[in-house]
Unconditional design. Sequence first.
Length: 458
Amino acid sequence: MVSTNEEVISEVPSTEQLNSEIQGITEEDFERAQKTFQLGKKNLFLNKYDESVNNFGDACKIYSAKYGEMDSQCADIYYFYGRALLELARVENTVLGNALNGVPEETGPIDDSRYGNPDDVAAEEKIEISEKVIDALCENPDDAKTEAAATTTTETTECEKPIETTTEAPIATETATEETGEAEAEGEEEGEEEEEAEGEEEDIRNDEQVKDEAEAEDISNLQRSWEMFELAKLIFSKSFENDLQFRNKRIAECLLKLGEISIEQEIYEQAITDVTESIRLQEELEQRDERMLAESYYQLGLAQQFNNLFTEANETYQKSINIMQLRIEKLNGRLSSIQDGADAELERNTIKDEIAELEALIPEMQAKLEEVNEQGQQSLNLIKEAKECFLNSMSEESKTNGAANGDVKDITNLVKSKRKFSASEEGETTKKTRVSTDGTTVEVTETETPAPEPIATA
């Protein structure tokens, strides 16, 4: 995303600005803002996202002006405002996609046979068509033609009028006239330069204003939604220290929505990070919202699937299915334990509606599970085919190189091995003989060479 936490914090107004704004807010304004906030929730649940966005936007202005943008009183409004903006962005994307579906892409030449060729029209017909066009564009064609003729006649008369010249004017008069003309010309030039400078400055200011307006319009609802969730998460993380259950649940909700925005923007790694952290916080809660946890696992599986992590997505989708099935079992248990009373029928209907909704979601999750398994198998097949193609290409390349260089020859006879002694060399031995003379021992070294073999004679 474009913004960061630091940029969001930098947009918070100063204390003096807030004090000046608070002074202009009455109790009636604040009560109206509270009603607008509740109306925004109602419109959000009724899928009236345009109205909901407007309601939350109006309420945000009053709340932030009264308490300050970083006050804990504003966290809930930021969260719901972000939800409305996210749903509105999804609707806009869906509408745009549906509008483009079924539109053929025409890449060939345009068939204008229905309209004819303009070059084939006769000259008289062209004149007639031109007159009809003029008649259609002018409110009073006769006046237009008369005015055009009068203008032409006047121009002709002025052009044909002879130019009168005076050759007897005094030289002094001519000199004075020239000086006056030069002074007037200089003054006119200075005035034109000043006007041009002022015009350039005004153009620059207009360009900057247009640029600022364009940048403000370029901020999409998805971007604004991300900013609201980031701001709400920041406030929840710094507040509600006395109620960690509430704080961590709301932080987990913000992280889940931030992950959904990242999926919409195809930033899947960031989505996996945010949703995984949301699941961690939810599982640490003493009282878990099983519907929210199942939805979180579904969103995580979706991000993993889009990121080609099919094995992980398979496991994550299965966890979501298991949680929904466990939720259905618990609801059936509650349904059987409801005692008769004033609100018993209403409670039964509420539980039955939730059970029906969950039972309708499970087949969709099963289909998603089959889809990711099929995609994973296709991915494995593609990897296998790529590996086989690589090995085949390497084999073909080695064969081609061998054929180009000729037959492979045995060169083992060219390799030098350790030299072996001949039989004659092996027969030579060295002996050491000890000779004793007068009590003294002396060693004498003798080399014996075997006698040569006799030559055979016939």
